[in-house]
Design a protein around this ligand. Structure first.
Ligand SMILES: [Zn+2]
Length: 298
């Protein structure tokens, strides 16, 4: 009789083990289900806070981004600024300058060759304006198609300056102003042929890199003193000295001063003046810096 009794007992034990397992599974399923439901409710709440558009979660997230990530908009405005001629107050100008500088520094990782040009840089499709000022040097070339002709405003300013100079006893003339891309090509090739590329690069710009292509650069000399044209001696003449001291009052600056070759990319040119308008020319003159330093791109 021991046998049946023991079989009955073990059957009972098995039954209760199975029951416990089933209970545990059921509890686990219920807990899992409850957990799932509560997290779904949380998600729904987040969506409702963000927008009424609860159904499309992806769309809701996208809708919220623009109002929160305003810096993107600010950057864009500043990027646009240099190209616009709209006057801005000084603080905005400084902000724009800083923004531009950091952007341009990022672009300046390219290697320079021995003559200061950036290796492999091709001519751009648009000219570069910083704070509304057109900049042209060995790092910021002009498009081949940029051909504004001589600036009327700069010519008027030059004539005013020449009148004032003549009252001071000097007869000034602008013997070279606007040069087209094509003309600069001819000129530069001629200089390279005569003096070699390295020498030519020190006093003549490669096509697309000449400030004369802007129509804002004026090479100035004294009438009947052609012997001093394009020489550093002109800077030591009375007329040359008068120009350096007074040009800003008419909107011009001496563009390539002595000892700044590494910054401007050109040796001292006592005759080359750049029109900037009276306010900017005066600021540059009074601060005693080059245009590159003034714009923060040296
Ligand atoms: Zn010049």
């Amino acid at each position: 009789m021991k046998y049946p009794s023991s079989t009955k007992k073990s059957k009972k034990t098995l039954m209760s083990v199975v029951t416990i397992i089933i209970l545990v599974v059921v509890i686990a399923v219920v807990l899992f289900f409850l957990n799932n439901v509560s997290s779904k409710e949380e998600e729904t709440q987040v969506n409702e806070n963000g927008s009424n558009n609860v159904g499309e979660q992806g769309k809701v997230v996208n809708d919220r981004i623009p109002s929160e990530v305003t810096p993107i908009d600010i950057d864009k405005d500043l990027d646009d600024q240099p190209n616009s001629q709209t006057p801005v107050d000084n603080k905005d100008k400084d902000d724009a300058k800083d923004n531009n500088n950091s952007e341009q520094k990022e672009n300046r990782v390219e290697k320079e060759d021995d003559n200061g040009y950036i290796v492999g840089l091709s001519l751009p499709l648009e000219p570069t304006y910083i704070d509304g000022i057109l900049i042209t040097n060995k790092k910021y070339p002009l498009p081949k198609s940029f051909s504004p002709g001589e600036s009327v405003e700069a010519r008027v300013a030059f004539e005013d300056m020449a009148t004032a100079a003549s009252e001071a006893g000097f007869e000034l003339t602008a013997f070279s102003t606007y040069r087209s891309f094509e003309y600069q090509t001819t000129l530069y090739s001629r200089y390279v042929e005569r003096d070699g590329k390295d020498n030519a690069d020190r006093y003549s710009a490669r096509p697309g890199y000449s400030e004369h292509q802007t129509g804002l650069a004026f090479d100035i000399g004294e009438v009947n003193r052609e012997d001093l044209w394009l020489t550093s001696e002109f800077g030591e003449s009375e007329a040359g000295k008068w120009l350096v001291e007074n040009a800003h009052e008419y909107g011009f600056i001496l563009r390539y001063p002595k000892g700044k070759e590494l910054i401007t990319g050109y040796m001292y040119e006592s005759w080359h003046f750049r029109y900037l308008g009276i306010p900017v020319a005066t600021e540059v003159y009074e601060s005693g810096v080059t245009l590159e330093e003034y714009l923060g791109i040296n």
